[in-house]
Design a protein around this ligand. Structure first.
Ligand code: 5GP
Length: 194
């Protein structure tokens, strides 16, 4: 998505540890117009999949997920993060290692907000090593619902998550795909070869 790539080039900074900082439009300050375009693009990419609900994880997934749900006219549910859970009877839960914060979080959603008939679209801000997406896939598996696709705003294709999602036969779409962050430079993947 050219608009997004241009914005990353303009405002993104590369931090140590192969982290791309995009906190002036996605992770702290949020650009609503850009999020709206992102929602429209995810709708275009997934509109034939029969999506009934969008699943994301707090907090940075919420903005793109919300705009996608708005475009697709489906509800958006975000998994909540907790350090550890004791009462889990009413919840679907998975443990996720956070790439940027380097801690384990339990993520959970209330069982009331997922139906056995759902076709889920998972949305997140970044796909790096795939832990957050894998946690959401585990929740979907526990809830016995179909996952129609995974949409990420930015993927770092050189990390493990891209292959991990494709190896499970899941329809993956990334609106910006980064091939490398070497030398503090953002290089986008120029072809669509998976
Ligand atoms: P994963 O679970 O795929 O390893 O990492 C995904 C999560 O870590 C995302 O939800 C995002 O919040 C965070 N993350 C991973 N890599 C980056 C990055 O380069 N920049 C930012 N801002 N967040 C990242």
């Amino acid at each position: 998505m050219k608009l997004l790539e241009d914005r990353i080039k303009r405002d993104g900074t590369v931090l140590p540890g192969e982290v791309l900082k995009v906190d002036n439009f996605l992770n702290h300050q949020i650009d609503p117009q850009l999020m709206s375009e992102i929602g429209a693009e995810f709708k275009r990419l997934f509109e034939n999949e029969g999506i009934t609900r969008i699943l994301t994880v707090e907090s940075s997934g919420i903005a793109p997920a919300l705009m996608t749900g708005f475009q697709m006219h489906v509800p958006v549910v975000f998994a909540r993060k907790h350090r550890s859970l004791t009462l889990t009877d009413d919840l679907y839960t998975a443990t996720v290692y956070s790439y940027t914060k380097q801690v384990n979080n339990d993520i959970s959603i209330d069982k009331r907000f997922i139906d056995p008939d759902d076709k889920i679209l998972i949305i997140d801000d970044f796909l790096a090593n795939g832990q957050a997406v894998q946690g959401m896939l585990e929740i979907c598996k526990a809830a016995q619902v179909k996952v129609a696709g995974v949409g990420v705003v930015i993927e770092k294709r050189f990390q493990k998550g891209h292959k991990m999602v494709l190896d499970q036969g899941i329809h993956l779409e990334a609106l910006a795909s980064i091939a490398s962050l070497d030398d503090h430079q953002v290089t986008f993947a120029t072809d669509d070869a998976e």
